[in-house]
Design a binder for this molecule. Sequence first.
Ligand code: SME
Length: 156
Amino acid sequence: MAEELKISENVTKEQKYKDLLPQIEGLISGERDLIANMANVASAIHMATDYLWIGFYLVKEDELVLGPFQGPIACTRIQKGKGVCGTAWATKETLIIPNVAIFPGHIACSADSKSEIVVPGIKNGEVRFILDVDSTELNELDKIDAHFFERVVALL
Ligand code: SME
């Protein structure tokens, strides 16, 4: 496992993510515990970006329960179909929300969150967890983020 991340400065977001992905792969490849890997992934993304909140919710019985994250304290349980996270669980699709204020049923864990992306982690057709990223800026999360975060989720 690498001891430190090399975070590319003054490059496009696409290039930064391109440089980061193999490092994340290296970070988690020697460990098979999901929670340990989620914790390091959350830390690596937090270190490499300015996003407000990055973390995981795990499907436990009929709810999403808060898992490893970096950022402000957050809601601990989310019902299926509720908020952005519960909707991504129900639809099994990545959701990019440019303005959380106009997403029906958005759950505001932090008033500072303005845009959000949620990527479901799917194994054997079932959502096992979701990755959630929040930004303090409107329209900050886009298809480049979706592509990167979907690849990260696929590593777990
Ligand atoms: N905004 C999310 C809740 C989780 S927090 O953002 C960390 C939602 O609407 O599901």
